[in-house]
Design a protein around this ligand. Structure first.
Ligand SMILES: [Zn+2]
Length: 370
């Protein structure tokens, strides 16, 4: 029992040190001591073992502040890595990310995944087969919909028309995988490596076939009682509006999801909408004005309820968000409570890759004690 406790303490201190190094990017042992309150002896022992096991490395010698020049430690790049997988209606994205957060490769496989879980997981099985080295930490899967992260099941993914899928049944020869909702995956990326690194309260709102959000409250993911928190696409912004996939009427995503915008503009895709808007097409601009108003209505409710510091618009918002953001900002600042005065609404700088990059971080979270 004592041995067991010692091992737990050692693991806890290891992940504490890993997290301090990750957060600071480069740090000396003396500064780790200041942040963690661990003894110099304990830090020396743990960092030596982390160096030996290739988790961290000495990246340079620092400047002396009197005594010996300090060794500066960093997460070791290019050794341990994991794979992110983002499943959407029209394809699957794969991203290889190392423990230092470097992206080695992102690729996209086009396929119709609607009602096609077997085919999608067949492709995933094929892709993951080559990742089996001792430095492979596992793969994370992001899906737009409700997931159960502990039993690794997709409970309901309405736009994919998938329900109650036990992933282990489809990838039966592997256990080194994790699952997460795609908007929460984006939020995990923004929190660890993106534009919310120093932000505890923020919301990532993604648009693709629907609109969903990943919510961070006090530095942690907020999932809600049944794991379905963040379904902001189903905030009703027009009670007399169109029927939604969820059975209700006038939900935000019936107006502001990208394919709905394209169909309201009479255009085949959101790319055409962006092109027409940029050339000043009056019909397209008036559709977008209306979209901004409905986004504004939803965001005012979200902001007044949760008081976030930042809202990050991601996925296909990265394509058309720039056409909406000024109107959304002025609507939100006009109608939300004064407590939201320091709110920032931004477009993700990961383009539409935040969710696949977040999925790649899922197998790494434990190493950093998250
Ligand atoms: Zn709905």
């Amino acid at each position: 029992m004592v041995g067991n406790n010692n091992r737990l303490v050692k693991e806890k201190n290891e992940s504490l040190i890993m997290e301090v190094i990750r957060k600071n990017r480069e740090i000396s042992k003396a500064d780790i001591a200041k942040t963690t309150q661990l003894s110099a002896n304990a830090i020396s022992m743990i960092t030596s073992s982390l160096i030996k096991n290739k988790y961290i490395h000495m990246c340079r010698i620092g400047e002396s502040s009197g005594g010996r020049k300090p060794e500066i430690l960093a997460i070791k790049p290019g050794t341990f890595y994991s794979l992110g997988i983002d499943i959407d209606t029209d394809g699957i994205r794969f991203a290889e990310v190392d423990l230092a957060g470097n992206v080695k490769e992102i690729k996209r496989l086009k396929m119709n995944c609607i009602r096609n879980a077997d085919k999608a997981f067949g492709a995933i099985k094929k892709e993951t087969a080559r990742h089996k080295s001792e430095y492979f930490l596992g793969f994370g899967i992001a899906v737009a919909g409700q997931v159960d992260i502990s039993s690794k099941r997709i409970v309901l993914a309405p736009n994919l028309k998938w329900s109650n899928i036990n992933i282990a049944d489809l990838i039966f020869d592997r256990a080194d995988f994790y699952i997460e909702n795609e908007a929460i995956s984006s939020a995990i990326y923004e929190s660890l490596n993106g534009i919310c690194k120093d932000t505890d309260n923020f919301i990532c709102i993604n648009s693709k076939s629907g609109i969903g959000a990943g919510i961070f409250i006090d530095g942690r993911v907020y999932r809600g009682e049944n794991g379905s928190a963040g379904e902001v696409g189903h905030i009703i912004t027009d009670y007399y509006g169109l029927k939604c996939e969820c059975g209700s009427f006038g939900c935000l995503e019936t107006i502001a999801a990208s394919h709905r915008i394209a169909s309201m503009c009479g255009l085949p895709s959101i790319e055409y909408v962006v092109e027409k808007a940029e050339s000043g097409d009056k019909r397209v601009l008036s559709v977008l004005k209306n979209v901004s108003k409905h986004m504004g209505i939803a965001l005012v409710s979200i902001v007044n309820t949760l008081n976030p510091r930042k809202i990050i618009l991601g996925k296909e918002f990265c394509l058309y968000g720039k056409l909406l953001i000024d109107d959304i900002l002025s609507f939100v600042s006009k109608y939300s409570l004064p407590s939201s005065r320091n709110l920032e609404i931004l477009i993700s700088d990961a383009g539409d890759n935040a969710s696949v990059l977040g999925a790649a971080l899922l197998p790494q979270l434990r190493i950093f004690g998250k």
